[in-house]
Ligand binder design. Structure first.
Ligand SMILES: [Zn+2]
Length: 245
């Protein structure tokens, strides 16, 4: 297994750089969000890597767009037997129960989605999406309580907002952290990584050496958590349209 040796921001893109015993530099774009990774021969200079990324920027952007479009085309039918993820666990959807009120329950490996009779796929999808948002909103306060004193910073608020290419973002001017509701499908340690990452931006804006050093100090396994987050779950990854804040 190779290790990530550095992290650069090039033309607004976050780029992982892995140094290896190889002859030529490779650039790869990974699903689902289009993470960019450069494998570079040992002793390649940072400037050479930046140049290589800039030269292939239109190709990278094209790859990212394709990934995002491909994901959007994966329509959910919201029928019993479909696979859905909650906090990193795989569940099989069951829509066989109906009730006047919407409800979501997990039991064993079943994700029960209870809706009024004759709710269509869009209605079911919306009900499940609202539930994911509530799950995420409920999980975040404990993480802020844990990490704000450790890092010595405080966010003014956090909002759950769907973003096409980001798991989270930190608006430093308003000290607001935005979190993608898709995080409720990933393991809780992934959410913790994003919360720590975004809080860290209140200490350090960019992703430069100082930022990486802070992450290494406070959350030494952040790279493994990030890699886990960016691995597409087997089968399917759903990305809806950008929507309300
Ligand atoms: Zn960041």
């Amino acid at each position: 297994m190779s290790t990530v040796n550095s992290y650069l921001t090039v033309a607004g893109l976050g780029v992982d750089v892995v140094y290896k015993d190889i002859k030529n530099l490779h650039i790869s774009v990974y699903p689902p969000v289009g993470r960019v990774r450069v494998a570079a021969p040992q002793r390649t200079t940072e400037d050479a890597i930046r140049l290589a990324v800039v030269q292939r920027l239109s190709w990278i952007k094209c790859q990212r767009e394709q990934l995002q479009n491909a994901d959007r085309q994966t329509e959910r039918r919201m029928v019993s037997g479909e696979t859905h993820y909650v906090w990193g666990q795989r569940y099989l959807l069951d829509v066989s129960r109906s009730s006047g009120a919407y409800g979501v329950e997990t039991k064993g490996n079943t994700l029960w989605l209870i809706t009024p009779p004759e709710t269509d796929a869009t209605g079911r999808f919306g009900a499940l999406d609202r539930w994911y948002r509530r799950e995420l909103k409920a999980a975040v306060p404990a993480l802020l309580e844990k990490w704000q004193p450790i890092l010595g910073v405080e966010a003014d608020r956090f909002v759950v907002r769907r973003m096409k290419t980001k798991w989270g973002t930190c608006v430093t001017a308003s000290r607001t952290i935005w979190l993608n509701p898709e995080l409720a499908k990933k393991a809780p340690r992934c959410l913790e990584y994003i919360v720590v990452h975004e809080l860290m931006h209140l200490l350090e804006r960019g992703h430069g050496e100082k930022f990486v050093a802070l992450m290494d100090r406070f959350l030494p396994d952040w790279r493994a958590r990030r890699d886990e987050l960016n691995e597409a779950p087997l089968g399917y990854q759903e990305w809806g349209e950008d929507e309300r804040a």
